[in-house]
Design a protein around this ligand. Structure first.
Ligand code: BV8
Length: 241
């Protein structure tokens, strides 16, 4: 009996990039432990103190440049290629991360729902461009030439995440939902597992420790992503389960 297509949706969070040297948010020493997100990752914070918010993202951008993918990023890119080449079904990688490590590893069916740190946009003319430079209030927009409008192309708390229509459309058809390296703290991403279950999907949590919605998953494999994710991908490709 030929098995039908199996549509896969993978959701990643900061934990997949931890072993590439990029900080997570809510762990010991995590970013939000040292910085208050309400202080730094909200439009109100940016209006109140643009220099402080821009300094925070300029520091993270510098930290990101030179970072490289780890075996977990590479395993997900390998799974995507194998899945699409074999016509096994749809594949979508939704990341909450604003780094470019999935791109570096070769992922293509990729959606950054919380934006991208290596892109900057102008609030005055809407120009969106790849950017590795510091953003300063006096830097002119390469699009309109005006100063004072540049901000990181990142979704802050209280702002609507990107690509939600595409994500919810994919969740309606998903057969396998896998959350990698995310604490299940931030919505709407933390609610995706419920949408996947409502669509009848099998759900797997691959994180170092159980996240806040861990109990909702059908299967949980805990450990460092650079070990757990390649092992799971190998099992998936070799046994189909
Ligand atoms: C929105 C970009 C309206 C910026 C980020 C009360 C209830 C419910 C919701 C809310 C509420 N009050 C406010 C809200 C809404 C709010 C929210 O969810 N707040 C939370 C804190 C309660 N959400 C929003 O504001 C969102 N917008 O709701 O708009 C709307 C919505 C829908 C439709 C219309 C309107 C916007 C949220 C986006 C905020 N921006 N990032 C930046 O990066 O600076 S969020 C930030 O947190 C990152 O994106 C990060 O990815 C995300 C989630 O964190 P994680 O990725 O999970 O990382 P974390 O550190 O938490 O966990 C790390 C995990 O990795 C852990 O599980 C750990 O065990 C594991 N790990 C660690 N090391 C490893 C590992 N795993 C494997 N291997 C390892 N080595």
């Amino acid at each position: 009996m030929s098995i039908g297509p199996e549509n896969i949706l993978i959701l990643t969070g900061a934990g997949i990039s931890a072993e590439s040297g990029l900080g997570t948010f809510r762990e010991k020493g995590g970013l939000w432990e040292r910085f208050d997100p309400q202080e730094l990752a909200t439009p109100e914070a940016f209006k109140r103190d643009p220099d402080k918010v821009l300094d925070f993202y300029n520091a993270r951008r510098k930290n990101l440049i030179g970072a490289t993918p780890n075996p977990a990023h590479r395993a997900l890119a390998e799974l995507e290629l194998a899945w699409i080449m074999a016509g096994r079904g749809d594949f979508l990688l939704v990341t909450q991360n604003i780094d470019d490590l999935h791109e570096q590893a070769g992922s293509a069916q990729l959606l950054h729902m919380h934006g991208e740190l290596l892109k900057t946009r102008c609030q005055l003319c809407g120009h969106l461009f790849a950017d590795t430079e510091d953003i300063t209030p006096g830097r002119p927009c390469p699009g309109c030439g005006k100063v004072g409008g540049l901000r990181p192309h990142v979704v802050w708390f209280g702002e609507v995440p990107l690509g939600l229509d595409q994500i919810y459309a994919a969740l309606e058809q998903v057969d396998l939902f896998v959350a990698v390296g995310t604490s299940g703290t931030v919505y709407p991403a933390a609610g995706f597992v419920q949408e996947a279950k409502a669509a009848g999907a099998w759900t797997i949590e691959l994180t170092l420790e159980p996240g806040e919605v861990s109990d909702l998953f059908d299967e949980r494999i805990h450990g460092p992503a650079s070990a757990v994710v390649p092992d799971w991908v190998r099992r998936k490709l070799e046994t189909g389960s």
